[in-house]
Design a protein around this ligand. Sequence first.
Ligand code: ADP
Ligand code: MG
Length: 236
Amino acid sequence: EGRSIVFASGKGGTGKTTTVANIGVALAQFGKDVILIDADITMANLSLILGMEDIPITLHDVLAGEADLKDAIYEGPAGVKVIPGGLSLEKVKKAKPERLRELIREIGQMADFILIDAPAGLELTSVTALLIGKELIVVTNPEISAITDSLKTKLVAEKLGTLPLGAILNRVTSEKTELTKEEIEAILEVPVMGMVPEDPEVKRASAYGVPLVIKNPTSPAAIAYRQIAAKLAGVK
Ligand code: ADP
Ligand code: MG
């Protein structure tokens, strides 16, 4: 069974979607079978960053018995597969949790890595996304407000039985006002797995609809994402 890892944050806009897209593609480039689940319907831009159009059938259609799982799996760049989450609040309320867990187990059989792009915060949909993954990676910016919100997310995930693996610091500029890696590890009580610098190439790549690790593999953020993926994949 593949590893299912949910990428979550307290605050919005910390870079979860960018991170899931680029680590997912980098894992695929390392030869891993990767499925990305877009669980953030309010800001469903994972498919946009990956340059994918027209992905109408979602996980919820499968839950509702209106579509087969295979119909909700779409092919993305570098062979990465994407499943639209479609976990709106109303739909989540109607979906049976047992069925959702069963479905996630089924998806877990299909890949080495299942990366879940979670909505920010701790609304029902965010908590549902935390439940889908067995492991948690917190995506945060090195600012105190983002870190304290990420701590809340981590504590809730732990309560739900999701194992916190570590944190990814995104948009690092090394300004004096930023917290250091050590300070952040002390607050979150998880290792920092990688530091992704502020990089204008990130926005350019997303405007192109091509993941940064493909569009500009030697840019600083792409290098950082590939290093994190290499650690996850266990490649040197
Ligand atoms: P989230 O999914 O957490 O809401 P996104 O991945 O959508 O965050 O990123 C939010 C914004 O920040 C986007 O405009 C994205 O292009 C930008 N961004 C993310 N990471 C970086 C980075 N390392 N350098 C520069 N811009 C970034
Ligand atoms: Mg997002």
